[in-house]
Design a protein around this ligand. Structure first.
Ligand code: SF4
Ligand code: SF4
Length: 355
């Protein structure tokens, strides 16, 4: 089980698609429960991820959790601006660090603020200099200004990341100017080109760390939980006020509420069932797609058109990979690549898998 811990609801950025800090009355800016209370829900073998707001605005809390518990994996999701404030000894205990960055400098700064790209890249170089050897994941938010091929290749070429992951910004922002034009004219052809290049590299035994391709392939080969991010199945979030919720962004939604840290036990958490219904349950892609995202599935903030867009891009990327399975299987059979190179993530490290 993965527990995602909010260290604060405060953020030091105000990105275009997000809006910055939570209201303190919804996600408090300080942690209002005792770290000891986490032992009510944590078991040996569990993983812990730190989340916010910007989690590194509360490094004291992170340190106190890491001093007290011995999680199987520690994960950090950060905007990267304060990474160099972490003690190098603490840095090395993280198995995965996910850093928000959207692609080239102009695009990242357009979305996140002037100078953000340079500060983040500088901090990533610092991370590697102090000896960080864990999984460094670029976490892109994809908008109408994105070009998936150009932006993913840019981040791979930086040579700093082990994996690149992206999520389509289909929730918070107003519907896009030309949603279908972008999907059909930019995103889908870009995905095809990116996948073809990925397979070409595989023919020389190299599996580039493109997380959605690897994650979907892993679900094709080995199955996986539904939804693919594990929300409400193998991932739960503890808000800074002690509420336990199924999905980290569902901080106001009654369907995601599981209980309060001070009165809950592990069994009650494990009894929670994510409310996945139609059209996913009778969809032939459900085993792989898993409903994509529990939050958008329930909330449908963009209505029917949003659902159609989500389904179209989800089916498209799954079909692309299924289409190339004979080539991938041949490369596996010949021993040019090994299945272990493809399988990702090996534990729930908070990547949502379906973009
Ligand atoms: S493709 Fe659409 S309907 Fe099918 S499982 Fe995914 S989100 Fe649900
Ligand atoms: S993919 Fe959706 S359900 Fe899963 S963590 Fe993200 S917002 Fe929540």
């Amino acid at each position: 089980m993965l527990f995602i811990l909010y260290t604060t609801g405060r953020c030091n950025l105000r990105c275009r698609y997000c809006g910055g800090s939570f209201d303190d009355s919804i996600v408090p800016w300080t942690v209002r429960y005792s770290v000891d209370d986490l032992s009510r829900i944590l078991r040996d073998g569990d993983d812990i991820a730190f989340y916010g707001g910007e989690p590194l605005l509360n490094i004291d809390f992170i340190r106190s959790v890491m001093d007290k518990f011995n999680a199987s994996h520690y994960i950090l999701q950060t905007n990267g601006l304060l990474l160099n404030k972490l003690d190098p000894d603490l840095v090395k205990r993280f198995d995965t660090i996910l850093v928000s960055i959207d692609g080239p400098r102009w695009l990242t700064d357009l979305n996140r603020g002037d100078g953000v790209y340079d500060r983040v890249v500088e901090n990533l170089r610092w991370l590697r200099r102090v000896g960080y050897e864990g999984d460094l994941v670029a976490r892109m938010t994809v908008t109408e200004d994105s070009n998936i091929y150009r932006d993913v290749r840019h981040l791979l070429n930086l040579g700093l990341f082990n994996h690149i992951h992206w999520q389509l910004s289909f929730i918070w922002v107003e519907p896009w100017h030309d949603l279908w034009g972008w999907i059909r004219g930019s995103y889908e052809p870009g995905l095809r080109k990116l996948l073809d290049r990925w397979i070409e590299r595989m023919k020389s035994g190299v599996v580039e760390g493109i997380a959605p391709f690897q994650g979907i392939l892993t679900r094709i080969l080995r199955g996986g939980v539904k939804p693919p991010c594990g929300s409400g199945v193998d991932s739960f979030t503890v808000v800074s006020d002690g509420r336990i919720i199924a999905c980290p962004i569902a901080v106001r939604e009654p369907w995601a509420y599981v209980g309060r840290l001070e009165e809950i036990d592990r069994e009650r958490i494990e009894c929670y069932k994510p409310p996945i219904g139609e059209p996913c349950l009778s969809c032939k892609y459900f085993e792989i797609c898993g409903g994509r995202c529990l939050y958008t599935h329930v909330e449908r903030l963009w209505g029917d058109e949003g659902m159609q867009a989500i389904c179209e891009v989800s089916k498209f990327i799954i079909d692309l990979i299924l289409d190339r399975m004979p080539i991938i299987e041949r490369l596996l059979d010949k021993g040019i690549i090994a299945e272990e190179q493809l399988i990702y993530p090996k534990y729930n490290n908070t990547i949502e898998i379906m973009p």
